[in-house]
Design a binder for this molecule. Structure first.
Ligand SMILES: NC(=O)c1ccc[n+]([C@@H]2O[C@H](COP(=O)([O-])OP(=O)(O)OC[C@H]3O[C@@H](n4cnc5c(N)ncnc54)[C@H](O)[C@@H]3O)[C@@H](O)[C@H]2O)c1
Ligand SMILES: O=C[C@H](O)CS(=O)(=O)O
Length: 487
């Protein structure tokens, strides 16, 4: 183990199945590297179908007792988990930076963000309620009851290795559902550290399982199992569509948080300084590897040059460096393929007439460190107009009229997040209501928080996480009819 931790027990090279820390039944292991250096930081079990079935069986066995606990009791367990996560922010941040690459400050920020879902759903556990519907007969009563959907599966990506797990598992546990988590094979250690803290918080054996390994066999077993009643997936649209097909045979409940292609629109009447500051947050968080990152920056004629100049100044202050180097603001991308895709998008844009307007200094060694760039003259025939770049590239598209800006923003098969900047209230409502996205922000680059529903439309997904909607995804509605009452 190469990561220096205060609480070294948080770095675990075992899967967590039925309350036991285990290797794969096949004995196979998988190396995990540090994206900044390529050095192997550890190995995890390369679990397969048998291990996944064991986790599903453990979850099934744990379900009746967990569901039978009172909501307040489950909430208390989640409150303890929340406190333990916060007690260990520094170690969890180090583990995340080592396996994912993001700067330490961002990693610690993600841990606090991840913890916020645990706290929120601890509170929501006690707000699951039903109703009574006026019946068509005088001697009938109709009660609407909420019940946990059952054993749930969570498949999560590498870009937010902690928050995507708590955003799914905290509502599941709060609702009374046991979960089987399959983290990305590139970032399993954050998931295992969270499992360790869940165990210490008193989550019973079998209620929270983490199956590490390559995706196909684990995903196949989770989706084929009739015991698993719900799949929540965050990742690419391609894999989401595949998993949706795989879930069809067992008619599972599904929710999908998929890819995005967020527009960030700066109108002539915007406060340009606010637009620049929030474009920096929205575009360059996690080196651009965020599903809600602004992928396309659309700027109206009147402020285009001013916005480009101010953004260039801000970009020049970015520091590209390994995440554990003090002051690093842009870490490495997750792997060489990700860096190649970013390079290909930039080359494609330049070959179609874009200009390299500005770039950040980049003295980091290694092929995974992409240089943050601003491209002016971006147009819709470029790859980055439709594909998620998932890297630190800010392409500036120019538009003249409001209508043109909205049309350009919606010209994508995705519909996750959209940001826009204006000081005009009338325009604010006109634009917000026409943008095709699950989340729209006016004069802000921040839309991800536990209190607000998170999710997309079009090819960006189905269902919502966070807010009260997040726990509803793990609840079934039962209508209980009581007829023939002697009144
Ligand atoms: N909408 C959101 O909330 C959100 C959040 C984070 C990331 N994302 C999206 O995720 C993508 C980046 O993440 P990624 O590269 O890890 O995505 P990915 O789809 O390649 O992988 C996501 C997860 O699915 C697993 N997986 C891959 N193939 C599988 C299969 N055949 N069966 C079962 N599991 C399989 C992976 O191992 C990983 O755990 C981007 O498109 C990004 O926009 C979306
Ligand atoms: O990659 C997208 C995730 O949903 C991260 S966040 O919730 O926007 O922080």
């Amino acid at each position: 183990m190469t990561i220096s931790l205060k609480y070294s027990a948080l770095f675990i090279e075992r899967a967590f199945i039925g309350g036991a820390w285990v290797g794969a039944t096949s004995g196979a292991t998988l190396p995990v590297d540090n994206p900044a250096t390529g050095a192997i930081i550890g190995t995890v079990p390369d679990c397969g179908e048998a291990d996944t079935l064991a986790a599903i069986a453990a979850a099934e066995a744990a379900f009746p007792a967990w569901k039978a606990r009172t909501a307040a009791d489950r909430a208390a367990v989640l409150e303890r988990w929340h406190a333990l996560i916060l007690d260990n922010v520094a170690d969890l941040g180090r583990i995340m930076t080592a396996e994912q690459g993001k700067p330490i400050a961002e990693a610690e920020g993600e841990i606090r963000y991840a913890a916020s879902f645990v706290k929120w759903f601890a509170e929501e556990a006690r707000r699951v309620d039903g109703g009574i519907i006026p019946a068509p007969e005088a001697n009938r009563r109709i009660l609407v009851m909420k019940e946990p959907v059952g054993v749930s599966a969570a498949i999560t990506p590498w870009n937010f290795p902690a928050a995507m797990i708590t955003r799914k598992c905290a509502p599941a546990l709060a609702a009374g559902c046991p979960v089987v988590v399959k983290p990305s094979d590139m970032t399993p250690f954050s998931a295992l550290a969270l499992a360790k803290l869940a165990e210490e918080a008193g989550v019973p054996a079998g209620v929270f399982n983490v199956v590490t390994g390559m995706p196909t066999a684990i995903g196949g077993a989770l989706t084929a199992s009739p015991v698993v009643r719900k799949l929540s997936f965050t990742g690419s649209t391609r894999v989401g569509a595949l998993l949706m097909r795989q879930c069809a045979d067992t008619i599972k409940r599904v929710s999908f948080e998929l890819g995005g292609n967020a527009p960030l629109i700066v109108f002539d009447d915007a406060d340009v300084d606010i637009a620049v500051a929030s474009a920096m947050v929205s575009k360059f968080r996690n080196a651009g590897q965020t599903c809600v990152c602004a992928n396309r920056i659309l700027v109206q004629d009147g402020v285009y040059d001013q916005f480009a100049e101010k953004l260039a100044k801000a970009v020049s202050a970015l520091k590209v460096a390994p995440g554990d180097v003090p002051g690093s603001t842009i870490g490495p991308l997750i792997n060489a393929a990700a860096a190649d895709k970013v390079k290909a998008h930039v080359e494609d844009a330049l070959s179609h007439g874009a200009t390299l307007f500005a770039q950040a200094p980049n003295e980091a060694a290694g092929d995974r460190f992409a240089t943050p760039v601003i491209l002016t003259g971006a147009t819709r025939n470029m790859r980055l107009a439709e594909e998620e770049t998932f890297g630190p590239v800010a392409p500036l598209f120019r538009f003249t009229h409001e209508e043109e800006g909205i049309e350009l923003a919606n010209a994508t098969s995705y519909g996750l997040a959209a940001y826009f900047y204006t000081e005009n209230l009338h325009r604010a409502f006109r634009v917000a209501e026409r943008l095709e996205a699950g989340m729209v922000a006016l004069n802000s680059g921040a839309i991800a928080m536990e209190v607000a529903p998170f999710g997309g439309v079009k090819m960006s997904g189905l269902g919502r996480e966070g807010a009260h909607a997040g726990i509803e995804e793990y609840l079934e509605t039962k209508a209980f009819h009581i007829a023939g009452l002697k009144l």
